[in-house]
Ligand binder design. Structure first.
Ligand code: SF4
Length: 328
């Protein structure tokens, strides 16, 4: 019989699980800036930044973003270019567009007041089931469970099953400590990030080792997706400290309206690239060559002065190249 069917929210095993996990979290939680208070705006910004971005990179940008937009009203009133510029370096710019759009809804249609439950949060642009539950449980103590990649892995290993979809969310609800939902959800994610890691989990230091049916990697898990390889070429036209950049279209699905170097085909002439670098986006590893060009052939671009480069929204790759050229 499935281990999950033997559990219910008040079984001795689930009560023991909560007690052990929360005690471990209190003693071992990382000291992260967004854990210092339960302010919904800060929790929301951190949750959006943490989607698809490493904790270390988020820490770097979190304070600067909040200094620039300290309240939801300030964020709502900002120009989109400023929001994208502040997001520069975090990647996945659709999140910044959605954050900005949701801030406008909160400021203009809700008088600056945030929803207080997960259902309300899900009505806002860019907020899915996980994010809504995370914000509602952390900022408003709503007893609602979260499932992200870390929680999924922990639950599957604890139960010894490849559960997915709705049964996974149901199992998260069974384990949830309803009195301390925000702490419990963060503790589950922390356990997945720090101990129950995808490869070589640290079972010997795990607070719920005795309650775990797998105690190691669960066999038959999803195979890692192999990375694709691609070569791309960019034109690097420089006039003193000015550099020629193009702006991506506003309706692009990725990195809309952001600035970058013009992409070109590999030059036929035998020249040497100014820079070569590697850049990875999701499942593709790019081998990037940046070629010196005398004058741009692009009609949609413009010369941008060095002083302006930190104020416009650059793509992550453009920022990397300009850093190599010591322009940012
Ligand atoms: Fe993960 Fe090992 Fe802990 Fe089980 S015992 S939850 S596999 S770290």
């Amino acid at each position: 019989m499935s281990a999950l069917r033997l559990l219910h929210s008040e079984s001795i095993a689930t009560l023991d699980f909560r007690r052990r996990l929360l005690a471990w979290y209190e003693a071992n939680a990382r000291d992260l800036p967004w854990r210092k208070d339960r302010d919904p705006y800060r929790v929301w910004v951190s949750e959006i930044m943490l989607q698809q971005t490493r904790v270390a990179a988020v820490i770097e940008h979190y304070h600067a973003f909040l200094r620039r937009f300290p309240t939801v009203n300030k964020l709502a009133a900002a120009r989109e270019d400023s929001v994208l510029a502040a997001w520069s370096g975090l990647g996945y710019y659709r999140r910044a567009h959605m954050l900005h759009a949701a801030a406008k809804v909160v400021a203009c249609e809700r008088g600056g007041k945030f929803p207080e439950n997960a259902e309300g949060w899900r009505q806002l642009p860019g907020i899915g089931r996980y994010t809504a539950a995370a914000i509602a449980s952390i900022a408003f103590r709503e007893p609602v469970a979260v499932v992200d990649g870390n929680v999924e892995r922990v639950l599957q290993r604890i139960c010894g099953e490849q559960i997915a979809g709705e049964p996974l969310w149901e199992s998260a609800e069974i384990f949830l400590d309803r009195e301390r939902a925000g702490d419990f959800n963060q503790a589950m994610m922390e356990l997945g990030a720090m101990v129950c890691t995808p490869r070589a989990p640290g079972c010997l230091t795990c607070p719920v080792l005795e309650l775990c049916l797998t105690r190691g990697e669960l066999l038959g898990g999803a195979k890692a997706v192999p990375q694709k390889k691609r070569e791309i070429h960019y034109a690097f036209a420089r006039r003193g400290d000015d550099v020629f950049l193009v702006q991506r279209a506003r309706d692009e699905s990725l990195m809309a309206a952001m600035w970058e170097l013009p992409e070109i085909s590999r030059p036929k002439r035998r020249t040497v690239p100014s820079f070569t670098l590697r850049h990875s986006i999701t499942v593709t590893d790019y081998s990037v060559r940046v070629w010196p060009v005398p004058a741009p052939e692009e009609s949609r671009g413009q010369w941008v002065a060095k002083e302006k480069l930190n104020r416009i929204a650059l793509t992550g790759l453009a920022r990397k190249i300009l850093r190599m050229a010591e322009l940012v």
